[in-house]
Write a protein that binds this ligand. Structure first.
Ligand SMILES: Nc1ncnc2c1ncn2[C@@H]1O[C@H](COP(=O)(O)OP(=O)(O)O)[C@@H](O)[C@H]1O
Ligand SMILES: [Mg+2]
Length: 268
């Protein structure tokens, strides 16, 4: 493995608690080098799952956090000026294609559609990436795979993937794990006892029922982990929950009262 690939290799096994048969399904998709889309709300385990799969498959992982200012050059690469003139620098997608990494485009809808189309020739039988400015055609390494994440909750007409992009991917649905699994995750990730983890998960369930009734998103597993992390530092659970489960979620005073009341039911 090259020095560069080594840098992107995950050395320690990430803790990932599987929720269904997603590991086997991803294994099969990877063995066909099929592009995969992970769909689900924020903070439910998509990124952790990719890290785990990259470790399990022994592939380097290159993650790109997509945003609307991102251009095709940010993915593919560009000429840079240095003292000797111009020098080509590969972007993360090109690097991943050359080294046979898993390239993870996180929150891909955030990128503009004219940026997203550069992945097309890598996602079909061609498995090529044209570097137009450089005049080079990169043939993807046989181990290269492309994975994207996508939050269906944020879908709007302005921000959605084109069908021509969507239909290049197999998709796995992710959601917050069921209560016992999520309790286990929160306890393992933070070191809080099972009782505390159970309470945090129950608070999350109350908040998730308010989605669409004043809340855009429920409390994520990520926020439950944050709450647990503060509690093990000795922060009073009421303060920890207010800081991690209530305030990040909403600015609406009534909704905050409702969530605070739920927290009080379990930790008051
Ligand atoms: N199945 C899981 N196994 C282990 N940890 C999980 C799992 N699901 C969620 N987590 C925890 O939740 C956090 C947020 O998950 P992440 O993968 O970053 O969410 P996403 O990428 O879906 O926004 C992780 O850092 C981890 O602590
Ligand atoms: Mg993520």
């Amino acid at each position: 493995m090259s020095f560069q690939a080594e840098q992107y290799t995950i050395k320690r096994e990430p803790f990932y608690r599987s929720v269904a048969n997603e590991v086997e399904l991803f294994d099969a998709a990877y063995s066909a080098r099929m592009p995969v889309m992970l769909k689900g709300p924020t903070g439910c385990g998509k990124s952790r799952f990719v890290e785990y799969m990259a470790y399990r498959l022994g592939r380097p992982l290159i993650t790109v956090a997509c945003n609307e200012d991102m251009t095709a050059s940010d993915l593919v690469g560009r000429f840079l000026l240095d003292k000797d003139g111009t020098k080509w620098q590969d972007g993360p997608l090109t690097m991943a294609a050359r080294m046979g990494a898993i390239c993870y485009l996180d929150e891909v809808v955030e990128a503009r559609q004219d940026t997203t189309v550069v992945i097309h020739p890598l996602t079909d039988h061609r498995r090529q990436l044209p570097l137009d400015k450089k005049g080079e055609m990169v043939e993807a390494h046989p181990d290269f795979q492309i994975v994207i994440s996508y939050n269906p909750g944020y879908q709007s007409l302005m921000k959605d993937l084109k069908q021509s992009t969507k239909q290049r991917f197999a998709a796995l649905d992710f959601d917050y794990p069921e209560a016992a699994t999520e309790t286990d995750i929160v306890a393992r990730e933070t070191g809080v006892d099972t009782k505390t983890a159970e309470k945090l998960v129950q608070i999350a369930h109350r908040a998730r029922n308010l989605k669409g009734h004043g809340l855009d998103e429920g409390i994520s597993t990520r926020l439950l982990v944050y709450a647990g992390q503060l509690i093990v530092k000795g922060v009073n659970p009421l303060a920890a929950c207010s800081m991690t489960l209530v305030r990040p979620l909403t600015d609406d005073p009534d909704m905050r009262d409702t969530l605070d009341a739920a927290v009080n039911t379990f930790f008051g």
